[in-house]
Design a protein. Structure first.
Length: 454
């Protein structure tokens, strides 16, 4: 048997215990690779910040594991409960900021039975098709305020392929938050969803299952429903108010950074800035734009083009539908004028459409971070989990290291966490070791986990 992955000696002074898989006969595949654990010896020390962090192991998990068929055993031979397969074997530590501590996902797409412990920053590494995007979407189903209920209503194709619909399978997602007691606003938002057995944990859950009134063996999408609840109690309904105040905000892998920046007029930052500008100042700016527009249209070629367009439209649509089109730099109505503000580069000489894809992605991420800070400053949001898929796209390796080292090491906001999925070794090299989660999937026969020591 090949040895499992080791934890660097700089991370742990004691030898890690690696739970490794050995093949046995079983009707179902259990692609859960291994679980790396280490004893509780000391807090990890972040050399870049001089701060001690709570001790956590690098999490190595398979993204399609049948927990019901897994039997973990300690070296002494005592069984470990399946629900604790990814929980570290050391005592919990009281942290200084709220974060998503644990995620449990069952029967969702290629995530059969996932149970993983997380830290306040998360960097998920893994090859394609291991479920990194599905993991983020599962978080969004529960806590993304921008996601419509029609998207939370899953389809039968979202149920894990290995499920037998005759046995009434259920998609379940459980998210555990901790370290919120020091924030009065977060405590007020999450207190109804504390676990009875551990009031320091607030659990938010989503279940997608057959409707109670359905009695057949061949369900359709319409025969399933979803429910979002908290505290392991379905009577504690979770609504849009919690998602507005405790939110997952996602930047997808195939994002249109240029288009999103072009629509920055929809940003609340701009609306808030304009709202405090005196109306007299708005009118003065609009007047100046109007003067520049008149000078532009006074130029003979521009005037001829404008007249030609106006006459053609009037001839086609008739006087009743004539919108009287004009050429100009921007609308001359003061309030509408400010909503046309855009992002420019190179000192304002070029539009964002002329920026490189990497620069546009950086600008979009900066705008998002500024919006999170604004919402929290206004009291509209108490916690944000910012998830970014493939943030390394279009960024030079040096820039990858610089940007994300700064984000990881200069976190001044205790109510914002970062979750990244990446293939980049450059980002992984600057990420705090406790934040790294490695996802793997192996096409092997069913297994039974047994302890392995180097």
């Amino acid at each position: 048997m090949q040895p499992g992955p080791r934890i660097p000696s700089s991370v742990c002074s004691q030898r890690p215990v690696v739970y490794r898989a050995a093949s046995v006969a079983s009707p179902k595949a259990i692609p859960l690779k291994s679980l790396v654990c280490r004893p509780n010896t000391r807090a990890d020390h972040d050399l870049s910040t001089g701060c001690s962090r709570r001790p956590r192991a690098i999490q190595v998990f398979g993204l399609s594991a049948a927990v019901s068929d897994v039997a973990l055993r300690k070296p002494s031979g005592q069984a470990i409960e399946p629900s604790r397969t990814s929980s570290p074997p050391w005592p919990s530590f009281v942290g200084v900021r709220v974060y998503l501590k644990r995620a449990q996902i069952a029967n969702f797409r290629n995530l059969h039975a996932l149970d993983v412990t997380l830290s306040d920053s998360v960097v998920i590494l893994g090859e394609n098709r291991v479920g990194k995007s599905n993991f983020i979407f599962a978080l969004r189903i529960v806590l993304d305020a921008s996601l419509a209920d029609s998207a939370r209503q899953l389809k039968l194709t979202d149920v894990w392929d290995g499920c037998d619909f005759a046995t009434t399978p259920e998609v379940s997602i459980h998210l555990d938050f901790c370290d919120f007691a020091g924030d009065a606003n977060l405590t007020a938002v999450l207190t109804d969803y504390r676990l009875a057995g551990d009031p320091t944990i607030a659990r938010i859950s989503d279940a997608f299952r057959k409707r109670a009134e359905f009695k057949g063996d061949a369900p359709t999408d319409a025969d399933y429903e979803f429910v979002v609840y908290g505290g392991n109690d379905e009577n504690r309904h979770v609504g849009s108010e919690l998602r507005r105040r405790t939110c997952v905000d996602a930047l997808e892998a195939l994002r249109d950074a240029e288009g999103d920046l072009g629509n920055c007029r929809r940003s609340p930052l701009l609306e808030d800035a304009v709202s405090v500008v005196p109306r007299a100042d708005l009118d003065a700016v609009a007047e100046g734009v109007g003067v520049a527009t008149k000078r532009l249209c006074a130029l003979e070629p521009i005037n001829m083009l404008e007249t030609n367009l106006r006459d053609r439209l009037s001839e086609l649509a008739g006087a009743a539908q004539d919108v009287d089109p004009r050429l100009g730099f921007a609308p001359t109505d003061p309030l509408i004028l400010f909503r046309s503000i855009g992002v420019f580069i190179d000192g304002g000489e070029r539009g964002i459409s002329d920026a490189s894809l990497g620069s546009a992605n950086l600008a979009l991420m900066t705008l998002k971070l500024a919006e999170f800070d604004w919402r929290q400053g206004k009291g509209e949001r108490d916690y944000t989990l910012m998830s970014v898929e493939e943030p390394d796209a279009h960024l030079h390796p040096h820039l990858q290291r610089r940007v994300f080292q700064k984000l990881f090491n200069e976190r001044h906001d205790e109510r914002r966490s970062i979750l990244l999925t990446t293939h980049s070794p450059n980002i992984a090299s600057v990420a705090p070791v406790p934040s790294i989660v490695v996802s793997e999937r192996r096409r092997m026969s069913a297994r039974k986990l047994i302890p392995w020591r180097p």
